[in-house]
Design a protein. Structure first.
Lengths: 388, 124
């Protein structure tokens, strides 16, 4: 495998070598170095196979050469342009008959070209589990009668929204994994950006695809600054902004600016715009918080949700003081974020700024207890320890 | 999202099951595991040998003793880990665990569903 880099062929060759070994060893006895013997035979079988495949290819080319020229040359200009299957493939992989984890797995496999072991490693599950998930997803698609074509016009909007969401999930998984003590796994953020870039090229007029690409670029641009020397998380307010990737920021800002001025506004564009405001500020103090607040208000109208309200509370705290932010948090007290570590962390931050260190320390500790990830827990524990 | 399912058992319940019920149950648990494996949600599944040892500090040295950390009629008999789309799905799986019906009330067996902490961190 390492020598030749072709998985299927290498597997076949090793299998052939095993068969040869069983026959030869039965006749002549086991050789002195069985493993070396196997490697040598497998390598020879591999070369045989490559030669056989090459011969087959030559035969195919011969057939091709015998085909009349006009059957091969480009179609006349009024015919359809060469097909790009990207959209059809994405629509199929993100079919509504599948759950999010199946959509993500299938998209990475079929569109991203990742192998099953790579996808399994990216999501920290055994290869078997991931293989089975992909098999089941394909089976579901067959049962649902999913077809490899563009959905009819009225369905296209929601189906495209599902595609954008899957790309967003892939990005997030990769972005979260690139911090903390976890070793950097398969580059999922890079995959997500590549796929979204291709989709944007295919649908340049879709403002939300452009917005999503901009959001990814602007978020990824902060990547180098958001982990400290020991792999600990560094919050936005404390990041060394000179380490942000200016090229990615420039591209993201240009994308979102163009999208906002040419296409109907949508949640990804607004999130990208918020990221752009942060990206263009040299520090937390220099940040145009009234604009961030206005954008969160717009986002809340377009795509309301407790997580958006939570972020609006942070912005409100910066514009009108921590008390105003804390008041807004009361609205979330009975919702799905009640008891969520993010809500408690924002409360702790606002309490601290309001001059209540004891209450803030309690909230940091409670947030730490409920955090779902190790790097976040460590960060929150340190915040609590700093105050007590 | 990954969840650890701790399956608690109770020796008394198991010992009182008629042989027929026991083999039906074993068949059901096998089918349950197979369905989770086939859906690509099962990460791993293991039974625990009921021969635990506890290790605790006594004075300034760790001391090994027989038995579980907490003395109780219930013990962890096995565990499995699933990777699912939502907590609702994890709870649905837990509710459908076949051996659940043999334990009832505070002394019966049951399942605990624990979200597993990830090594990844979001933006702060």
């Amino acid at each position: 495998m390492r020598r030749y880099g072709d998985f299927t062929r290498a597997e076949d060759a090793v299998q052939e070598a095993m068969i040869t070994a069983v026959e030869a060893w039965r006749a002549d006895g086991v050789p002195e170095h069985p493993a070396g013997w196997l490697r040598t035979v497998a390598a020879r079988r591999y070369v045989d196979q490559v030669r056989a495949d090459a011969a087959r290819q030559r035969r195919e080319h011969a057939v091709l050469d015998a085909t009349p020229r006009d059957a091969l040359i480009a179609p006349p200009p009024d015919a359809e342009p060469p097909r790009d299957d990207l959209l059809e493939l994405l629509f199929l992989c993100c079919h509504p008959a599948l759950g999010p984890s199946a959509q993500v797995a299938l998209t990475l496999r079929a569109v991203g070209g990742l192998t099953t072991p790579e996808i399994a490693a990216a999501f920290l599950v055994p290869e078997k589990t991931m293989g089975q998930r992909i098999v089941r997803a394909k089976q579901r698609l067959r049962e649902a009668g999913a077809r490899f074509d563009l959905p009819p016009e009225p369905e296209r909007g929601p189906r495209l929204a599902a595609v954008r969401h899957v790309l967003y999930l892939i990005f997030n998984e990769g972005y979260a994994a690139s911090s903390g003590p976890a070793l950097r796994r398969v580059d999922l953020t890079g995959q997500a950006i590549r796929l979204t870039r291709r989709l944007h090229r295919r649908l340049p007029g879709d403002g939300e695809v452009a917005g999503l690409l901009a959001l990814m670029l602007l978020t990824e641009a902060r990547g180098p600054a958001r982990t400290g020397p020991e792999g600990d998380l560094v919050p936005l307010a404390e990041q060394d902004r000179t380490r942000w990737d200016r090229t990615a920021i420039a591209e993201g800002v240009a994308l979102v600016t163009r999208a906002l001025s040419t296409a109907p506004v949508g949640p990804y564009q607004v999130q990208a715009a918020i990221a752009a405001v942060h990206a263009e500020a040299s520090s937390t103090e220099d940040t145009d918080w009234p604009q961030v607040l206005a954008l969160y208000e717009l986002l809340e109208r377009l795509a309301p949700g407790p997580a958006v309200t939570l972020n609006r509370a942070v912005a409100l705290g910066m514009v009108r003081g921590p008390r105003a932010g804390l008041d807004l948090l009361h609205e979330l007290a009975d919702g799905p974020l009640a008891g969520h570590h993010r809500l408690l962390a924002v409360r702790a931050h606002l309490l601290e700024r309001a001059g209540e260190p004891a209450a803030a320390a309690r909230a940091w500790r409670e947030a730490a207890r409920l955090a779902g990830s190790l790097p976040e827990r460590r960060f929150l524990v340190r915040q609590a320890a700093r105050l007590s | 999202m990954k969840y650890l399912m701790l399956i608690y058992g109770n020796e008394q319940i198991w010992n009182s099951l008629p042989a027929g019920d026991l083999s039906t149950l074993i068949g059901e648990v096998d089918a349950f595991n197979e369905a989770l494996r086939a859906s690509g949600e099962l990460v791993e599944s293991q039974g625990l040998v009921s021969r635990p040892r506890s290790v605790r500090m006594v004075g300034d040295a760790p001391v090994v003793t027989d038995g579980p950390y907490l003395e109780a009629k219930e013990y962890v008999g096995s565990y499995f880990v699933v990777d699912v789309d939502s907590e609702e799905r994890a709870l649905e799986i837990a509710r459908s665990y076949p051996a659940l019906r043999f334990g009832s009330g505070p002394s019966g067996g049951g399942l605990e569903v624990w979200p597993l902490m990830t090594g990844t961190g979001g933006d702060l």
